[in-house]
Design a binder for this molecule. Structure first.
Ligand SMILES: [Zn+2]
Length: 628
């Protein structure tokens, strides 16, 4: 009989929640994992797993299909091979594979021993990477687990390659053996990435909350080709970010084991990525810390991922708890989980003095331009866009999509909502109530609730978010209108008016510049082909141009490079009509594109054109100054 994983986990959670103060009546044997790297140059890891005290019947062994922090299917079983399953004494068991990611073993007498190879050569937050410099392990991409064993503890032992100077960094709990770690259950194990390399280590400690006496230890394991000085500087930046973000919530989370780990890989063969976990984050980048733009990107990622240690890891939507490792995960609340985190990423760098006002204005202005002008808003709300995550995040089907028109990123839209809500709360309360108060209320009402390790005891719903905004603002009519119009609806707040009160100008940057909309051309053997869908409500869309059309000429000029389009436009003023000759499905056609005025928005400090008033200055300072 198959048991629904979700039902099982919920039942387990209720039991443990009420019994967590006392030890379980009997201890179940931990699942023992041993990881080794016999040929790191060939990018595979050997995994040896022992399940003991296995009840009679089939043991259903799974490879995850998805990974917490992601929402799409990744089918991690694709990189697993040479699977051997025996009874622990070398006698092969009967194994059936009913689905792509499941092995059912029968005929055992209480022990099931699984061995396999898993390939991985991608350094990022999602996959497995094994090479001669390190093993960078995202657990869902690497370790099998068994149905019905979700509540069992796990022991993970890592065999380092001979003569390596590798060490281990992870949020898994240490043991007396420096290469063996434990997890209290599957949820915690799955959430615990492991970096095995000769990394530089920096640590610092902070009070969990002022006067509490409890200390949290922060470890930064930095695998990079840079200098010790760069490592020191990164550690100083990380500490500033940690302090600034904890000021929003009034305290740090009480990290299980009293420690939080930053697992950083800044290597030419890494992808640019960040992935949040409960007590750690992976940070990966292909550039070096020495490059100043790369450093800004890296510390932005630090600010983003660390904010997640409250928002999404503990202040967590019910739609993601428990996380389903066997399926895609759908959530209507990613505009808050990811979008508000994106807003606080920019705000934190500004408040901590790590970004200039001009840089912050650029970041927020780009988000506003995208959201305000996006045609995607006509097709769904921020809640609807959140629920698209399983499709947009791993879109590689070879089947084209119209996401350029039908979708707005919940990161960007959520960031714009957070900015609009922050300034709405500030302006209507004369600065007394802010988004920080709202985040703190969510933390106290949901995130802070104690539960078993790795489990969020009190996840929120969309309705809860609306209720808390009503409480924090003291005005349910305001809260309902904000949710109805700007979160569950498709409208945007009056950003120009709100930002103006903080002495920031949201304005058209390209006045009087002729514009036809984005035209993404791909040049191949002299032909200019439109390489992505044209955007609704732009002149090229209105004229009937779209993806795959070959552009023969614009205004009589052959188009041999993308820059030629701008050259043609420069000779015109908004309102001019351009003849565009195209070849489509073998036929030549002439279309008329009527140029418009460039509508691109930019956000700039008002003092570029006029002095600030005292009220504008005060609101801006309250908004952007350090909260420590
Ligand atoms: Zn995020």
């Amino acid at each position: 009989m198959r048991i629904d994983h979700r039902l099982l986990t919920i039942a387990y959670r209720l039991t443990v929640f009420f019994l967590s103060v006392s030890a379980p009546a009997f201890a179940q044997a931990p699942i023992r994992y041993r990881l080794s790297f016999p040929e790191p140059e060939h990018h595979w890891m050997h995994v040896d797993v022992r399940f003991a005290d296995v009840p009679a019947g089939a043991l259903q062994i799974h490879m995850s299909r998805s990974s917490p922090g992601h929402y799409a299917l990744y089918e991690f079983a694709k990189n697993v091979y040479d699977v051997r399953i025996d009874d622990g004494d070398g006698r092969p068991l009967t194994v059936e594979q009913p689905t792509t990611n499941e092995w059912d073993a029968t005929g055992h007498s209480g022990t099931v021993h699984v061995q396999y190879r898993v390939f991985g050569n991608q350094v990022d937050g999602t996959f497995l990477a094994v090479d001669t410099t390190h093993a960078h392990i995202n657990i869902p991409a690497a370790l099998m687990w068994a149905k019905g064993f979700e509540a069992r503890p796990a022991r993970v032992t890592i065999d380092l390659p001979a003569q390596s100077n590798w060490k281990v960094a992870t949020q898994l709990h240490p043991t007396a053996d420096p290469h063996t770690f434990t997890a209290p259950n599957l949820e915690y194990l799955i959430d615990s990435p492991i970096e095995v390399s000769n990394f530089a280590l920096r640590t610092f400690q902070l009070d969990q909350r002022a006067g509490s006496g409890a200390r949290e230890t922060f470890r930064i394991a930095l695998h990079h080709g840079g200098s010790e000085r760069e490592a020191d500087r990164l550690a100083a930046d990380v500490e500033r970010i940690v302090r600034e973000e904890s000021a929003v919530f009034g305290e740090l989370p009480a990290y299980e084991g009293g420690a939080y780990a930053f697992l950083a890989d800044f290597l030419p063969y890494a992808l640019r990525d960040g992935m949040e976990h409960r007590n750690s984050t992976t940070l990966t980048a292909f550039g070096a810390l020495a490059a100043s733009d790369e450093r800004l990107d890296i510390i932005s990622t630090v600010a983003h991922e660390f904010f997640h240690s409250w928002n999404v890891e503990r202040i967590r939507p019910r739609s993601l708890e428990p996380f389903d490792l066997d399926d895609a995960n759908i959530s209507g609340e990613l505009w808050l989980a990811e979008g508000f985190t994106t807003y606080y990423e920019a705000l934190t760098l500004q408040r901590a003095g790590l970004a200039s006002l001009a840089e912050t204005a650029d970041t927020l202005g780009l988000a506003l331009d995208t959201v305000i002008r996006s045609p995607g808003r006509k097709h769904g709300s921020a809640v609807d866009m959140s629920r698209m995550a399983p499709f947009v995040e791993a879109a590689a089907w070879g089947d084209p999509t119209n996401f350029d028109n039908s979708y707005v990123s919940y990161y960007t839209w959520g960031c714009a909502i957070a900015l609009g809500l922050d300034l709405s709360l500030r302006t209507r309360s004369d600065g007394k109530i802010t988004l920080d108060h709202y985040m703190r209320a969510l933390w106290q009402d949901y995130g802070r609730a104690p539960g078993p390790e790795g489990v969020v005891a009190l996840p929120y719903t969309l309705q809860d978010l609306r209720g808390r905004l009503s409480d924090v603002s003291g005005d349910s009519a305001f809260a309902n209108e904000f949710f109805d119009k700007y979160i569950e609806g498709r409208d945007v707040v009056d950003y120009e008016a709100l930002l103006g009160k903080a002495g920031m100008l949201l304005r058209r940057g390209g006045q009087r510049r002729p514009w036809i909309g984005p035209l993404n051309l791909n040049f191949d053997r002299g032909a200019a082909r439109i390489a992505s869908p044209t955007i609704e409500d732009t002149p090229v869309y209105a004229a009937g141009l779209d993806e795959d059309d070959e552009v023969l000429s614009i205004d009589g000029q052959a188009i041999a490079a993308q820059g030629r389009v701008d050259e043609v436009l420069r000779r015109h003023v908004p309102g001019d009509k351009l003849r565009v000759a195209i070849r489509r499905r073998g036929l030549v056609r002439n279309l008329i594109v009527t140029t418009a005025e460039d509508p691109t928005l930019e956000l700039v400090p008002a003092e570029v054109s006029r002095p600030l008033t005292a009220a504008e200055r005060r609101l801006r300072d309250e908004w952007l100054s350090s909260k420590q």
